[in-house]
Design a binder for this molecule. Structure first.
Ligand SMILES: C[C@@](CO)(OP(=O)(O)O)[C@H](O)COP(=O)(O)OP(=O)(O)OC[C@H]1O[C@@H](n2ccc(N)nc2=O)[C@H](O)[C@@H]1O
Ligand SMILES: Nc1ncnc2c1ncn2[C@@H]1O[C@H](COP(=O)(O)OP(=O)(O)O)[C@@H](O)[C@H]1O
Length: 253
């Protein structure tokens, strides 16, 4: 039975390098969290339509896995044939709206599984073109790297060699809205890091970077997030950092 782990990520650092239309270009280190994952299973069963089971807060049409299915079925009739005979079951453990990339990770893992099960023989680069249509963070999960430097708005993913990190997480029950936080950043906190600094950051090991950094220096979006979600500051602790647009805080052990 095809079954696979769909891991969470954290952003060790997240710096803004510029604007692109309504979006912001980033320089970020994405690291896979081995201790937190959803489980995706394709279970043999006759289905009259694409069937997705799991504890999601959104309806199926907005689910990243459904979006991936819609895109993949355009590539081969084998996809629809397969899901007429299999349902998708996702055991959700990664909290939503948490900056842990759960929805993005599910979409990428689903794409990788379909590529294998339906024998689509698509390269990672081809799969990334589909991934990017679903969300900016999806390409990172397609490559399955432990650690990577991510730029553009998420479409440039470069493997970074370092030890696997043991990451501790705290996710307050605060649903951070990514769009709102970027807006606050653009209106009140806008700064850009220059390419020279990005070059240096991208060469530094995550542990070394964190050992001499602070939460707001590591993540440009923490200050605006804290203005909108005032309770975040109750979770601030020495050597703890903020992932993406939150609300997860993390520490590398
Ligand atoms: C910033 C990151 C880093 O990992 O935060 P997390 O989602 O992980 O917390 C992600 O790239 C987030 O990607 P994603 O969660 O897919 O964002 P989207 O839903 O596409 O964006 C919601 C809104 O946020 C703003 N946005 C998003 C990404 C970006 N690079 N610049 C932006 O300005 C845009 O206004 C967009 O309309
Ligand atoms: N497969 C999925 N798993 C989790 N959330 C999903 C999924 N598909 C769509 N979503 C929606 O994506 C949004 C949150 O995305 P998620 O990746 O979990 O968090 P974050 O962007 O904070 O890392 C929510 O609106 C959620 O309902």
């Amino acid at each position: 039975m095809p079954i696979r782990k769909s891991y969470a990520k954290v952003n060790i650092f997240l710096k803004i390098v510029g604007k692109r239309d309504n979006y912001h270009e980033l320089a970020s280190r994405f690291v896979r969290v081995y201790s937190l994952y959803d489980i995706i299973e394709f279970k043999k069963e006759k289905c009259t339509k694409f069937t997705l089971e799991g504890n999601f807060s959104c309806d199926i049409k907005r689910n990243t896995v459904y979006k991936a299915y819609e895109l993949l079925k355009e590539y081969s009739s084998k996809v629809d044939e397969y899901f007429n005979n299999h349902k998708v079951i996702i055991e959700k453990n990664i909290p939503e709206f948490a900056g842990l990339g759960g929805g993005s990770s599910n979409a990428a893992t689903f794409i990788l599984m379909v590529n294998e099960e339906c024998n689509l023989k698509m390269s990672k680069e081809d799969l990334c073109k589909i991934a990017l249509k679903i969300g900016a963070d999806v390409p990172f999960f397609i490559y399955e790297y432990n650690s990577a430097n991510v730029s553009g708005i998420g479409e440039i993913v470069e493997k970074f060699e370092e030890e696997i990190l043991d990451i501790e997480l705290i996710t307050p029950n605060i649903k951070c809205d990514t769009g709102e936080i970027f807006k606050k950043f653009r209106d009140e906190f806008y700064t850009e890091i220059n390419q020279e600094k990005v070059f240096k950051l991208f060469k530094e090991k995550s542990k070394d970077f964190l050992s001499k950094s602070s939460i707001s220096v590591a993540n440009d979006l923490y200050k605006p997030a804290k203005i909108i979600y005032k309770d975040l500051k109750n979770y601030e602790k020495k050597q703890w950092f903020f992932s993406g647009t939150g609300s997860t805080f993390f520490k590398v052990k």
